[in-house]
Design a protein. Structure first.
Lengths: 541, 139
């Protein structure tokens, strides 16, 4: 596993813990019986040990481990005397030097044999000023260590301010909100400037817009984190699940370096875990069954992440027994989730998606994640709430694929504004291939389907008002406004009343009940206060 | 559900009286400009902008199968739980405590938690979660 991306994080976090050890030791010296301080010292040493071990910086891990052991013994009643403080401080200094060395391209090793020996040999006299024997020798040894270490003496006078800051995510969230509000205000100014017909004002507003755009990009970049932040625990989870169910499962992950807004990442963890568990529990067959079916004994579960413009796609696939749309539909009818006639009228995809209906998952199928039940219905609604979507494909005997689509960022996107009847709606510009305006007499009908000829292609037409179940404008204009999109692999022309133009909007995510309404990917507030909805044309039908 | 210490807000819409646990109410606001929602049932009249949040406005009587709400004066914004829902209200009434409740009748209705019997009539205690689930099922 490539750990290099965690290097910078390790350096800053380890430094922080070592600094804390120093600070806590001084505190403890003032108040040697203070239990919370002792516990905190233990935890800091423990953290450094863990981090260093996972990065294979064994020298650092070893020293931190010895310090952790020492604090453990103190927690369990070993007496505290002044040599303890000397040892802890000396240990912290060594750790600090080793971390510096690492940062400067060294190996992070150090001359730690003596300090480790001293720490292990710690044996307090009465809990009072040190006695003359062993403890003093240990302290003297520890003190003597220091000048031998390269750069060891310098950190006491190091007043350098850290180059990174830790920021609460709530603060980042408010940055995003404020940036969004600023952009909305900019739109208002644009409208007002247009009315004023003042060129200077218009220029100033344009400049403002440009800077706001930069600010927005910077703020959003700060919020981005690689998907691996939540996927790194998946291999272990898969392994444990497989073992528990007595199956052999290999796991692959591609695209973990792709970055997403952290608030989306936060929501993704449980759904990902649940889908994977579904694949392992229900999808992958036990080895004998697989062999009988001519498959290799071990099953495979994969997570593949790709990015398309402002969307991220996560595909979770297994090569197991697949899902049977008919038995799912039958089960749904039996559970009262859906009526028999409705079930019969569903497409294959719709039948598979029945597993996401609330009431479909039985208790046995709901994953206990941190005490909360997460079923497939929660997976779907979680995705929808952030403007994403879920679809399922499956083949009996071959396996299943769960496709999770997510927006890359949740805040600001470019949209095409169109009107249908009295409704103004927005379509993400990334979904729009082209806009067209054709005369009504250029439209044709082939086999009962309305089409438009464009670039030598015959493109089927879909009136948006039918998709949205609303009334179109009374009088169709002489020209037809169309935007072309690719839906389920086909080029489709979406017919609207008017194309108003494109602009950027600040996306407001929808809460219940609107978050469950199909076909919507959030809302936005335009410069004139109008609330419009952003359509998910891929799933509006 | 109706232990002492709980307080309820009463409001009227379409001649019916409803009660809401005070904890379920985020805010009461005057009517705001509504904008239409594509693909939504008729009982969801539109969305409004409440402090930057996009909330759906529910015509409760219409949802219950009655005549649509008449002249409404206020919106009751429901509190949290991942929801942004506002109920149309013709008239806000008073706030009551459990001492004002003379009896509680159970009801077979997934939209109501109970029927509260008061000195001057009764009020249907709304089940917000039931209401949201019912709405969502109807989409």
């Amino acid at each position: 596993m490539d750990m290099s991306q965690y290097f910078g994080l390790f350096i800053s976090e380890a430094r922080e813990h070592v600094r804390k050890i120093t600070e806590l030791t001084v505190l403890l010296e003032a108040n040697p019986a203070d239990r919370p301080t002792i516990d905190a010292l233990f935890r800091s040493a423990h953290s450094v040990k863990g981090m260093a071990a996972s990065m294979s910086f064994t020298a650092i891990a070893e020293l931190a481990h010895k310090m952790e052991d020492l604090m453990a013994r103190i927690r369990h009643g070993l007496a505290v005397d002044t040599t303890l403080f000397d040892l802890l401080l000396a240990g912290a200094d060594h750790l600090s030097a080793m971390i510096d060395d690492l940062e400067n391209g060294g190996t992070g090793s150090g001359n730690t044999a003596r300090i480790i020996e001293s720490i292990s040999a710690y044996s307090p006299s009465e809990p009072a000023p040190p006695g003359p024997d062993v403890p003093e020798k240990a302290a003297a040894d520890a003190a003597a260590e220091q000048p031998e270490e390269p750069q060891a003496g310098t950190h006491h006078e190091n007043w350098e301010v850290p180059q990174t800051v830790r920021v609460k995510t709530g603060v980042l969230d408010s940055f995003v909100n404020t940036t969004g509000e600023l952009i909305t205000v900019k739109h208002r100014l644009t409208l007002l400037a247009a009315n004023c017909r003042d060129a200077g004002l218009a220029d100033a507003v344009r400049d403002l817009g440009r800077h706001l755009g930069e600010l927005h990009d910077q703020v959003m970049a700060v919020r981005l984190m690689p998907l691996s932040a939540i996927t790194e625990r998946l291999p272990r989870m898969v392994r444990d699940l497989a073992r528990r169910s007595g199956k052999e499962v290999a796991f692959t992950l591609q695209g973990g370096e792709i970055e997403l807004d952290r608030s989306i990442l936060e929501l993704l963890g449980d759904p990902l875990a649940h889908v994977l568990r579904n694949c392992i529990d229900h999808g992958i067959e036990p080895a004998p069954e697989r062999l009988a079916a001519g498959k290799p004994a071990g099953g495979m579960v994969s997570v593949r992440v790709t990015r398309h413009k402002d969307q991220v796609e996560i595909t979770i696939a297994d090569d197991g027994r697949g899902m049977d749309p008919e038995s799912i539909a039958a089960a749904a009818v039996a559970k009262g989730v859906i009526g028999k006639e409705k079930a019969e009228s569903l497409s294959v995809l719709e039948k598979l998606m029945l597993v996401c209906q609330p009431g479909f998952s039985t208790a046995a199928e709901i994953t206990e994640v941190s005490g909360r039940g997460v079923g497939m219905d929660v997976v779907k609604t979680t995705l929808q709430s952030i403007g994403g979507s879920l679809s399922i494909a499956s083949e009996r005997g071959r396996g299943s694929r769960f496709l999770l689509r997510l927006p890359l960022t949740i805040a600001i996107i470019n949209v095409l504004l169109v009107t249908v009847g009295r409704l103004t709606v927005a379509v993400p510009l990334t979904a729009v291939i082209r806009t067209l305006e054709v005369r009504r007499d250029e439209l044709a009908s082939i086999g009962g389907e309305d089409v438009v000829f464009h670039n030598g292609e015959v493109i089927p037409l879909l009136p948006l008002h039918e998709l949205l179940n609303i009334q179109s404008a009374d009088e169709p204009a002489e020209t037809a406004a169309i935007f072309i999109a690719e839906i389920k692999g086909r080029m489709v022309g979406i017919l609207v009343d008017r194309v108003l133009g494109h602009q950027e909007v600040f996306v407001k995510s929808l809460a219940r009940p609107l978050s469950v309404l199909p076909g919507l990917n959030g809302a936005a507030i335009l410069g004139d206060g109008q609330i419009i909805f952003i359509l998910d044309i891929f799933h509006a039908d | 559900m109706t232990e002492s210490g709980r307080r309820y807000m009463l409001f009227r819409v379409c001649g019916r009286r409803f009660a809401l646990d005070v904890n379920e109410v985020a805010e009461i606001s005057e009517l705001l400009p509504e904008y239409p929602i594509p693909n939504a049932p008729a009982c969801l009249r539109g969305v409004v902008n409440i402090h930057g949040r996009v909330a759906a406005v529910l015509d409760l009587p219409r949802f219950l199968g009655d005549v649509p709400a008449g002249a409404c004066r206020s919106l009751v914004l429901i509190n949290g739980g991942g929801s942004a829902l506002a109920l149309l209200v013709e008239q806000m009434e008073r706030m009551i405590g459990s001492a004002d409740i003379t009896a509680i009748r159970q009801v077979e209705d997934n939209l109501a938690l109970a029927e509260l019997v008061l000195a001057d009539g009764s009020a249907t205690l709304l089940d917000i979660e039931g209401l949201l689930s019912s709405l969502e099922k109807s989409f």
